[in-house]
Design a protein around this ligand. Structure first.
Ligand SMILES: [Zn+2]
Length: 424
């Protein structure tokens, strides 16, 4: 991805650097050739050439670009499990994914980790974004997902004779798990997404206390993936599934809903990040009736919501790392609503805005394995910056309103916001 050439100064706003440090009331950021050379109090800004571009934060907020840590670029208006795979042909889903990526960037998300994608679309979407062919977050790609036969993602009955290879590779035993990872190695993914457990969405045969993969299958996934330098994550709701994932060597945990004390110790021992994705549960409960979700599914989402919120609080208070990502792309939780996750964590879960922003920036970048490149506003990092016309500490929900964005910058280039397409 190309970076800006020359100097830019962003000033006249509170500076939130993403490290969790208190905001600097009157802060400024200096950028040279796409990288930050200074971030701190405006009074200490070093001298810059007179022709430097100047961006006025209008008394608002200067902060790192957001990182969506559980992004499904190919999900679109999903109302039933079947919609995840067989609703549209790959040609159309590719266009949808590109449009979702553009939207995410416009929503202030300068980076995103895919939580699974139809076919191999996110791998190629990432190439398009990296080559400046299409706007979008800096991506980490996952491609197709892995699930045990009969598990959460194996929902189509065999009599339909529908190949499920578009979204999920179904495995029986460690040998098939290894072979699935090897396919993904060839596809060029960076993350292997698996389904160790079920979910509230499937209360009959794969509810959120059900295991969908064996420890042996998960261990085979990890050893094969790590051998090829890929990372592994998994949809982990059930207590035993979380512990299996941590013992098998998973690099992150998605959801971590029913984590117990032993699971928390295992998580902290290796400092494994967790991405709770909780606003989705709230949306499922609140909007479930209007979109026709069965009552037992709604009840199960309510349980996930309450227990998941407590688990997220325990992990953060114990010193663990959480990423902010939200499984957006469902009919009741559409793309574009990404920042609702942040508001939810302040209002419902009880985190401070600075804690939530640290999760959504620094920890997000670390989850992507790129914490040394972006995620905080510090000298030497890429200038992936969000300039907001508003005080996000007083009201985090300002981040839900794209019209408040003065600039969304990647590598010092203004890609979205009011100043997009202008020179000064
Ligand atoms: Zn997901």
């Amino acid at each position: 991805m190309k970076t800006a050439i020359g100097w830019t100064v962003v000033a006249n706003g509170q500076l939130i650097d993403g490290t969790g440090a208190p905001a600097v009331r009157d802060g400024a950021v200096v950028i040279r050739d796409g990288k930050i050379t200074f971030a701190g109090p405006a009074v200490r800004v070093p001298e810059v050439p007179p022709d430097a571009r100047r961006i006025d934060a209008r008394g608002g907020t200067i902060m790192p670009g957001l990182v969506e840590a559980h992004f499904h670029p190919t999900y679109f208006n999903v109302a039933a499990l079947e919609d995840l795979d067989i609703k549209y042909p790959v040609e159309f889903v590719t266009l949808l994914a590109a449009s979702n990526a553009r939207l995410a960037l416009e929503c202030g998300y300068t980076a995103a980790r895919s939580g699974g994608s139809l076919f191999n679309i996110d791998v190629w979407l990432k190439k398009g974004i990296e080559n400046d062919m299409h706007p979008g977050p800096r991506l980490a790609a996952s491609g197709r997902e892995i699930c045990g036969v009969g598990g959460l993602m194996d929902w189509n009955p065999d009599y339909r004779k529908i190949g499920m290879e578009g979204l999920v590779l179904l495995v029986n035993g460690p040998d098939e798990a290894r072979s699935a990872v090897r396919k993904l190695v060839k596809d060029g993914v960076e993350w292997v997404k698996t389904y160790p457990t079920g979910d509230a969405a499937a209360p009959d045969t794969n509810d959120h206390h059900t295991l969908c993969m064996t420890f042996e299958e998960m261990h085979a996934v990890v050893t094969t993936a790590h051998n090829h330098k890929l990372k592994v994550t998994g949809h982990c709701r059930a207590t035993e599934g979380i512990k299996n994932a941590l013992k098998a060597g998973y690099d992150t945990i998605e959801h971590g809903t029913f984590i117990d004390d032993e699971g928390l110790d295992l998580l902290l021992e290796r400092d494994v990040p967790c991405v709770p994705a909780l606003q989705f549960e709230q949306a499922s409960v609140v909007r479930g009736p209007e979109v026709g979700l069965p009552q037992k599914v709604i009840d199960a989402h309510q349980e996930t919501l309450e227990v998941g919120a407590e688990s997220a609080r325990r992990i953060l208070r114990a010193g663990g790392r959480l990423g902010m990502g939200g499984d957006y792309g469902f009919a009741w939780n559409p793309h574009g609503d990404y920042a609702k996750e942040l508001t939810f964590f302040v209002q419902y879960v009880g985190f401070t805005p600075l804690e939530v922003i640290k999760c959504a920036t620094k920890f997000g970048a670390e989850i992507m394995g790129r914490g040394n490149e972006f995620g905080t506003l510090e000298a030497g990092k890429l200038a992936d910056i969000l300039v907001v016309d508003g005080d996000v500490i007083a009201d985090i929900s300002v981040l839900e309103d794209r019209s408040r964005f003065i600039a969304v910058m990647q590598g010092g280039v203004v890609k979205a916001g009011r100043l997009a397409g202008t020179k000064n």
